[in-house]
Design a protein around this ligand. Structure first.
Ligand SMILES: Cc1ncc(COP(=O)(O)O)c(C=O)c1O
Length: 463
């Protein structure tokens, strides 16, 4: 390995040369990074000064089998030595992507047929939109260009997917969304469903979707994209009956349903797919993150037989399918994914996510229910969130002044206590999404760190 700079130079190199994603750039240019990560094992990271942290976000909801898994590193090294690269254009193939595809179709909810690979959740969702357009065009339904997404949904950052993402911070300064994107109401109970029963809230959300479709014209809409449980938008599970009713509307209007399983896929909700948890029957499924537990940047579009048949038939009109990435079907990525799935299945990590997830939910409620800054504690299995609000009135919650940076301050306080967490964009919400191998002691330590940090900020605010 060649390392040109001593570790104590790294923070300065970073400050000078790295353009960071989702970062307050002027602050970073002034202050540089708070620490430099050196290595990881399980749910823990260690920095270059030797300080250990619990990574309660599992990276960005992605390091599901934990850091430092030799089996995956070895599978990648062996594959890189044997065959470092093989493209997939014009039918070229190699062994690991073919084997992974079979395994994904066997694991996926019923009705899925083929797998198209990319490098990130963003590019996979971009591909899904193109598949949906192509599908309708192949069937002669030209003019179906619009895509429905949900406010607070997160689907990535490409020109298309940043627009589908229903968070204003991803649009500002970029003149997005693109004109064919529409957003419908988020199933966020605290704000949009305040005071409503599940049945009333579901009815309102479905009525909003129907009104949007009626206003736009169903024959202008190609697909709707939804995360089974919304992650970055706030860790939001839908009210009972929601997906059943939403899907009935989409089916009636021949609008494809894309399930964005980038966070939910591979066990975080205690079952292999979020679609199964919520009874969703998608036409297209997007996976990334947990597919390799982030050991390699690999994503996939899992395509149903119904869509596949139309896309194949489209070849008569449009010729060879004109889409693909240099790194589609990367053999090293597929080797990482196979080794990752071996670990998930071999160690029973989906069941473990359900088990330690129940502990996480219990501890979050015990620590934060009734706290003076807390509006809601929510989550399911091994994904959780605490949302901080100024107060809740009869008419609904009232947010803190964003200038107070309540969640960001709490995250900083937790970091001082050795826990790496994340304040989600566009809300005073902190999320918890640890590796499935996290111990209950690590969960307890992380929740305690956040509780102490919240108490500290409450005291500063005079609460
Ligand atoms: C649900 C969901 N979809 C898509 C993406 C985008 O994935 P990527 O960052 O790999 O492009 C994310 C990333 O957080 C996500 O959570």
């Amino acid at each position: 390995m060649s390392i040109r700079n001593a570790p104590d130079d790294i923070a300065e190199l970073d400050r000078r040369y790295v353009f960071h994603p989702f970062t307050a750039l002027a602050d970073h240019q002034r202050d540089g990074p708070a620490f430099v990560v050196s290595h990881g094992a399980g749910a823990r990271l260690t920095d270059t000064a030797g300080r250990e942290y619990i990574d309660i976000m599992g990276g960005l909801w992605c390091v599901n089998v934990g850091y430092g898994r030799r089996e995956i590193a070895q599978a990648m090294a062996e594959q890189a030595e044997k065959l470092s690269y093989c493209h997939a254009f014009t039918g070229m193939t190699s062994d690991t992507p073919a084997m992974l595809s079979q395994r994904l179709i066997e694991l996926a909810p019923p009705g899925m047929s083929k797998v198209f690979y990319g490098n990130s959740g963003s590019d996979a969702n971009d591909t899904q939109v193109k598949i949906a357009w192509y599908y309708h065009n192949a069937l002669g339904r030209t003019g179906r260009r619009k895509i429905i997404a949900r406010q607070r949904g997160y689907h990535g950052v490409t020109v298309m997917t940043a627009g589908m993402t229903g968070l204003a911070g991803l649009h500002a300064g970029f003149d997005l969304p693109l004109p064919m994107i529409r957003h419908t109401t988020s199933p966020r109970r605290l704000w949009e469903g305040h005071g409503l029963s599940d049945a009333e809230f579901t009815a309102r959300l479905v009525a909003d979707l129907e009104a949007l479709i009626a206003a736009e014209g169903a024959d202008t809409i190609a697909a709707m994209i939804m995360e089974p449980l919304m992650g970055a938008g706030g860790v939001i599970a839908p009210p009972a009956g929601y997906y059943e009713a939403m899907q009935a509307v989409l089916r009636r209007h021949d609008i494809l349903l894309i399930a964005d399983e980038v966070i939910c896929g591979f066990g975080r909700l205690g079952q292999m797919f979020g679609s199964t948890v919520f009874g969703i029957q998608p036409d297209l499924i997007t996976v990334a993150k947990g597919l390799t537990s982030a050991y390699f940047p690999l994503s996939a579009c899992i395509v149903s037989e119904r869509v596949w048949e139309a896309v194949v038939a489209g070849g008569d009109k449009f010729g060879a399918f004109g889409h693909g990435y240099t790194y589609s079907s990367h053999p090293v990525g597929a080797a990482a994914a196979l080794a990752n799935l071996d670990i998930i299945e071999g160690e029973g990590l989906v069941a473990r996510a359900a088990e330690v997830g129940a502990h996480l939910q219990k501890q979050l409620h015990a620590a934060f229910d009734g706290h003076s800054l807390v509006g809601e504690v929510r989550g399911q299995a091994l994904i959780g969130a605490v949302e901080f609000v100024d107060r809740i009135e009869d008419s609904g919650p009232v947010a803190f002044d964003p200038a107070l940076k309540v969640a960001a301050r709490i995250v900083k306080g937790a970091l001082r206590r050795g826990v790496i967490g994340r304040a989600l964009p566009s809300a005073d919400t902190v999320a918890f999404s640890p590796p499935f191998v996290v111990s209950t002691a690590e969960i307890d330590a992380a929740v305690t760190a956040f509780r102490e940090a919240a108490d500290e900020v409450a005291a500063e605010l005079g609460r």
